[in-house]
Design a protein around this ligand. Structure first.
Ligand code: NAD
Length: 506
């Protein structure tokens, strides 16, 4: 059997990874994994029962004492090894992203590299875990702080970045001395399994990283089990809110990142060609299935007509095809249901009175209806009361609104329910500075359409794009995955000096 055929065969059934081995478990049901470009089922995935999920938590719990006592530099060496192995297998990981998610191969590779950056960041964990020391805070008294592991941590991840988003979480968590149970999206589950196997190849002790494939049953078990100390979630806003509330009610710390509706404000003095190129990349890359996709353009003053004229030919020229086609720029959507939901938004936007300037419903691949394709769409003159503006569509649909001036544009962004990322395109430094300071969003780009922070900064939105107060990775990630302990010590000589019932003061 050829190598590639063997690789395909081996993922026909996607199992769990528990205690250092593939485990079939006793699934409460099976899920179907599609190749979205072909519309075909390519694998089935075990949806973990409560017992399967508890087995993963037990493995993580049993591995915790030894792993948390392992010196940080030694833990970091496993992460260094993981970095080498991901570099070796980056092509395989990217191919798997394309196969199960559908995004084009070059974009899939970009997402693997952005995940790898977090692994590189986690290699520096001994430095990041250093505490603080204060000498002589009182007479003969010193004070120092430690950052210690939380315990068993869980990660629940979305379909749109099946390699990168898990890598936002587990490398930092395990480098900090925690053990981990990852519950990836059941729509594209294989990358998580590949990453767990790479860590095993790196020599990571069994039980430190576990993967349970599954759905709500697995998530609820993770949220309720008292052995889980912290939960990281990335996904849609209603589930983020549910995970935050349920996890917190069970005494866990939770960081839950939700959906988005990212606006790009284009001022009249912007370079319109540059802004149009940026919009096309940010709106239609990954078929709009990015939490940092720009889905709204706010054109100020006379920028609107010029921007529209620049956008139309660029959108019409976009090459949509199977992500393995090396000239394709945009692939299909994740499932037929999701494609139909996005199409229903286009129907409703047209009915509500927005002008449908480019109609993705008429794309030849949509009409052929083999894979889950939809062409790129552009609305102009949309209103702030329309569902295509208010709700997250998560597809290749860009909605343009017109604003009279900077203040009106800023007000639109700030009054929106979501506040993940945003961008401004202008040549005016003062306007950009004002926008950055006053805009209600967690990540801001100035002439940068997708301002995804580097690994050593932190990723997180505002408003209904996040529940909980810790963003992902960077120092925020280290703080989330550690508990602070502050020790005050004194080594007195001679006789006891008698009881003092007053509050100690210096
Ligand atoms: P989703 O919320 O449907 O699923 C996310 C995870 O939650 C999956 O692992 C899924 O199995 C689980 N889940 C789904 N329904 C559940 C339920 N009822 N109870 C418990 N668990 C449940 O999200 P998705 O469709 O996989 O991903 C797309 C969404 O993720 C978009 O809204 C996008 O904006 C968001 N997202 C946000 C960020 C961010 O950083 N803010 C990053 C990527 C994606």
């Amino acid at each position: 059997m050829a190598e590639s055929a063997r690789a395909l065969k081996s993922i026909d059934t996607v199992p769990h990874w528990i205690n250092g081995a593939r485990v079939a478990g006793n699934p409460h049901a099976w899920g179907e994994v599609y190749n979205p470009a072909r519309g075909e089922v390519i694998a089935r995935v075990a949806l973990a029962s409560r017992e399967d999920t508890e087995a993963a938590i037990s493995a993580a719990h049993a591995a915790l004492p030894e792993w948390s006592a392992t010196p940080a530099p030694k833990r970091a060496r496993y992460i260094f090894k993981l970095k080498e192995l991901i570099e070796r297998d980056a092509n395989k990981l990217a191919a798997m992203v394309t196969r199960e998610h559908g995004k084009v191969l070059s974009d899939a590779m970009g997402s693997v590299k952005r995940g790898l950056e977090i692994v590189e960041f986690a290699c520096g964990i001994p430095h990041l875990l250093k505490g603080e020391f204060s000498h002589q805070v009182g007479d003969g008294i010193d004070s120092h702080s430690l950052r210690l592991p939380v315990g068993v941590c869980a990660g629940i991840t979305p379909f749109n970045f099946p390699a990168m988003v898990p890598m936002w979480m587990f490398p930092i968590a395990i480098a900090c001395g925690n053990t981990f149970v990852l519950k990836p999206s059941e729509k594209d589950p294989s990358c998580s399994l590949m990453l767990a196997e790479l860590l095993a190849e790196a020599g990571l002790p069994p039980g430190v990283l576990n993967v349970v494939q599954g759905d709500k049953v697995a998530v609820d078990t993770l949220l309720e089990d008292p052995r889980v100390g912290a939960v990281s979630f990335v996904g849609s806003t209603p589930i983020a809110k549910y995970v935050y509330e349920t996890g917190a009610a069970h005494g866990k710390r939770v960081q839950a990142l939700g959906g988005a509706k990212n606006h790009m404000v284009v001022l009249p003095d912007a370079d319109i060609e540059q802004a149009a190129d940026a919009l096309v990349g940010a709106a239609y890359g990954s078929a709009g299935e990015r939490c940092m996709a720009i889905s709204v353009a706010v054109a100020v003053g006379d920028a609107g007509d010029r921007l529209r004229a620049a956008l139309i030919p660029k959108i019409k020229a976009l090459k949509v095809n199977d992500g393995t086609d090396t000239v394709a720029e945009m692939g299909p959507l994740i499932t037929r249901e999701h494609r139909d939901k996005v199409q229903a938004y286009i129907d409703s936007g047209a009915k509500e009175g927005a002008e449908l300037v480019v109609d993705g419903r008429t794309h030849p691949l949509r009409e052929k209806d083999q894979g889950f394709f939809l062409g790129p769409s552009l609305f102009d003159h949309a209103g702030a009361d329309m569902s295509i503006y208010k709700e997250e569509i998560f597809g290749p649909v860009l909605t343009m609104l017109r604003a009279d001036n900077f203040e009106d544009a800023l007000k639109l962004v700030n009054e929106h329910e979501y506040g993940n990322g945003t961008a401004i395109f202008t040549r005016n430094g003062l306007a950009a500075r004002e926008f950055s300071a006053r805009v209600e969003a967690g990540m801001v780009g100035v002439n940068v359409p997708i301002p995804v922070p580097m690994a050593f900064h932190s990723f997180g939105g505002w408003k209904h794009s996040i529940f909980g107060d810790a963003a992902m990775h960077g120092e925020e990630g280290v703080r989330f995955y550690t508990r602070l302990k502050t020790i005050t010590s004194r080594w007195p000589e001679g006789f006891a000096d008698g009881a003092d019932l007053n509050m100690p003061v210096m």
